[in-house]
Write a protein that binds this ligand. Structure first.
Ligand code: SAM
Ligand code: SF4
Length: 326
């Protein structure tokens, strides 16, 4: 078990498979021309497997594949198969556009739960956010996953004046569907048009919901990033990921690997450790992993505090979300 200097155990690894994506969500991908990493610089399937094994030997129990869009990689199925043999809970964050091609693969790999991005229930707004006409495909694939008994969490990034008028439409969806909606506070990354007045906070979200529904808080585990609730008599649930207004860093158990094999100990960390280059040289990467975790900042990568109104985005040093792996 690798602990950092704040006694936090790190047993959850998020691996980005690619910074490529078939959608263009404006809050995630930088506005200016973004060049995807060439495939030779990405971790190859056997490298992902070997590097993941080092983490698993040190106590990692859960691996999430993310990106970019993990399922646009041609060898995604090979990677999923390799990781499914490790003694971990394997899971994915995806935009669901390719789920119909991968659902059997996911079942065979014993994936039980997926996080799916869907920021609007309106097809025209979906096209504005993602610059692709794929709302129906995503919505159908979510229904497919639910019908096949996967645990489906839907991630909704809320932006004031844009989709916050749909909060209760998402809640209504949980009435008769076994869907778990998670509202995410909009976070600042490189060139993603973030401003503090676009953040819809945990408190504001609850105010909207409580005007219409009677809700109950559910139990959260120490490592959970979301605060969970249920609306009385609804089949599904909802939750709020309050990264900006009420960060949850004290229970953080996560480390990340970017698609080009750099380790990050926090979504907002400035520094990275190049595991892939060391691995390709045949070096032992464990000391690098330990050192990376020991250098983890107490909160939010040491870059800002929960007084997010004071953030000056030009002072933040980080990759864009698509290049980190959400
Ligand atoms: N392509 C996959 C997807 O969209 O689910 C996986 C990668 S995506 C970067 C992972 C998650 O990060 C998505 O749920 C997305 O909505 C979220 N995300 C991206 N940029 C964000 C931002 N600026 N603030 C909050 N969440 C963000
Ligand atoms: Fe692609 Fe996911 Fe980013 Fe949207 S949020 S651009 S689907 S990686």
């Amino acid at each position: 078990m690798i602990k950092d200097n704040y006694n936090r155990v790190h047993d959850y690894l998020r691996i980005s498979l690619t910074d490529n994506c078939n959608l263009r969500c404006f809050y995630c991908m930088p506005e200016e021309d973004y060049e995807f990493t060439p495939s030779a610089r990405l971790m190859q399937p056997h490298e992902i497997e070997s590097i993941a094994k080092v983490f698993v030997n040190e106590g990692v129990k859960k691996i999430r594949l993310t990106g970019g869009e993990p399922l646009v990689r041609k060898d995604a199925a090979d990677i999923i198969r390799r990781l499914s043999k490790l003694p971990v809970q394997l899971t994915l964050t995806t935009n669901a556009t390719r789920i119909h091609e991968f659902i059997d693969e996911l079942e065979n790999a014993n994936v039980k739960s997926l996080n799916i991005s869907l920021d609007t229930l309106q097809a025209d707004k979906f096209q504005i956010i993602t610059r692709r006409d794929l709302f129906a495909r995503v919505y159908e694939n979510i229904q497919l996953l639910i019908a096949r008994n996967f645990h489906v969490k839907v991630n909704v990034v809320l932006m004031k004046g844009f989709n916050d008028n749909e909060i209760n439409d998402f809640i209504e969806w949980t009435k008769n569907a076994n869907v778990h909606v998670r509202f995410i506070e909009f976070m600042p990354f490189e060139s993603n048009r973030w401003t503090s007045n676009k953040v819809v906070t945990w408190k504001e979200i609850l105010e909207v919901i409580e005007k219409k529904y009677s809700i109950t808080r559910l139990h959260d585990d120490i490592h959970d990033t979301d605060k969970k609730y249920t609306v009385n008599n609804h089949q599904g649930t909802f939750a709020i990921i309050s990264t900006m207004s009420a960060p949850f860093c004290s229970g953080c158990n996560r480390v990340r690997l970017t698609a080009d094999g750099k380790m990050k100990n926090c979504l907002f960390s400035q520094s990275e450790t190049d595991l892939l280059t060391a691995f390709r040289k045949g070096e032992d990467i464990l000391p690098l992993i330990i050192q990376n975790i020991k250098s983890k900042e107490k909160e939010l990568g040491g870059q800002f505090t929960k007084d997010f109104e004071n953030i000056h985005t030009e002072n933040l040093h980080n990759r864009s979300m698509i290049a980190i792996g959400g």
